[in-house]
Design a protein around this ligand. Structure first.
Ligand code: N2P
Length: 386
């Protein structure tokens, strides 16, 4: 081909390319149909794997786990039933306050598959990375929880914990020997000639005992104001000579036996003690008291095997009948909606278990004190050692 001829051919080709491009640029009518999906691009065939892809290692549940719980807070029969159903043995260890539980975990304790902190302590533990995220696939009975317990403010969506029981803090008393205490004054203004002087206890619990003093003084139970806390401390110290002691484990038994006549404590414990002495009664004084939700959670120190066994136990507790069994034993209100059909009417309508609206409105949750946590502890130490 001559140079001239090839130039001409190039020109023709270039022109036809231009014309084609121009046609393509002509506005097209809007498609009324969605454009057809492009054909999937062909993936080049992969060579057949010679080995099956590695599966994540399957965790087997631990054969034995430890539940770290408040004392007398579970029907021991539940352990037997669970072991029969799963072969997993549950052992129990006890603590007497949230602060004790927290200090144990902060100190690096291991060997616990399950723990039972209250609401404000869940918040503190979450922040400090002390809790493991629950695998909801292992806890299908979460569906049994009442709606309000699926979205508790300290752990919305039950990411870390499952509500266990809830209750209130007030005063239990021996009603054949003492009139119903209308006010926290029975403790804070007790006189040596009052029959209960020297025959009453307060909880061995910094936040709970400060809450009682603060609510009596008319302050917020979550105050971080040092002057108010000092005043509450002085009040607790002033009340000390009238106390037989600080006690979070046997306070209700001491009222039931008649050794003591009244005690600052948790509603369910007093209601259980009615089985030993029908004159044990419980009241939230007029100034108000504490409402709390205890939760069952897996600490982040648990091994994968302990965690799985722990989640299986949580799931078991959430069964409708087991949930009822737990509350019937404890006399604490259940967060489990499905359990209610197995609970007696007497239980469900007991105002000491399910406080009526006029009592509920006088109750407050303890909240994390943040920076003031150590101030509470220091002042509580001063009360205890005074
Ligand atoms: C156990 C009562 C524990 C309730 N006896 C305190 N949150």
């Amino acid at each position: 081909m001559s140079n001239r001829k090839s130039m001409l051919l190039l020109l023709v080709l270039a022109l036809s390319a231009l014309i084609l491009a121009a046609c393509g640029a002509t506005p097209q009518p809007e498609p009324t149909q969605p454009p057809a999906k492009p054909e999937p691009t062909q993936v080049p065939a992969q060579p057949e794997p010679t080995e099956a892809p590695a599966e994540p290692a399957k965790v087997e549940p631990a054969k034995e786990i430890v539940l770290f719980n408040w004392s007398e807070y579970i029907d021991p029969e539940i352990y037997t039933q669970f072991e029969e159903a799963t072969g997993i043995k549950v052992l129990e260890d006890n603590f007497s306050s949230n602060e004790e539980l927290l200090a144990k975990l902060q100190g690096g304790a291991t060997g616990y598959a399950l723990i039972v902190p209250s609401d404000y302590t869940v918040s503190i533990m979450m922040e400090e990375g002390l809790l493991a995220k629950l695998d909801h696939d292992n806890i299908p009975n979460l569906k049994n929880l009442k709606e309000e317990f699926k979205s508790v403010p300290y752990d919305p969506g039950n990411v870390y914990c499952v509500p266990y029981q809830w209750g209130t803090t007030g005063i239990g008393y021996e009603s054949s020997q003492v009139d119903e205490p209308a006010s926290w004054a029975v403790i804070f203004e007790a006189k040596p000639d009052d029959p209960w002087y020297g025959r009453m206890t307060m909880l061995d619990d910094a936040r709970e005992s400060f809450a009682a003093a603060l609510v009596y003084l008319g302050y917020d139970i979550n105050t971080t104001d040092e002057a108010q806390l000092q005043e509450a401390k002085d009040l607790l110290i002033k009340a000390k000579p009238g106390l037989a002691g600080y006690d979070s484990d046997t306070f209700e038994d001491l009222v039931a036996s008649g050794e003591n006549l009244l005690a600052h404590g948790w509603n369910g414990d007093f209601l259980v003690a009615q089985e030993d002495n029908e004159n044990v009664a419980y009241v939230v004084p007029q100034e108000g008291g504490v409402v709390w939700v205890d939760n069952i959670c897996v600490p982040s120190s648990a091994t994968p095997e302990e965690k799985l066994a722990g989640e299986m136990f949580i799931n078991y507790l959430l069964e409708a009948e087991v949930g009822a069994q737990l509350s019937e034993y404890n006399w604490y209100a259940s967060p489990n909606a499905a359990a209610e059909e197995f609970l007696d009417e007497e239980f469900l309508s007991d105002p000491a278990v399910y406080p009526p609206p006029e009592v509920l409105e006088k109750l407050q949750y303890i909240e994390p004190a943040g920076e003031a946590e150590s101030l509470y502890q220091r002042l509580w130490d001063e009360v205890k050692s005074s």
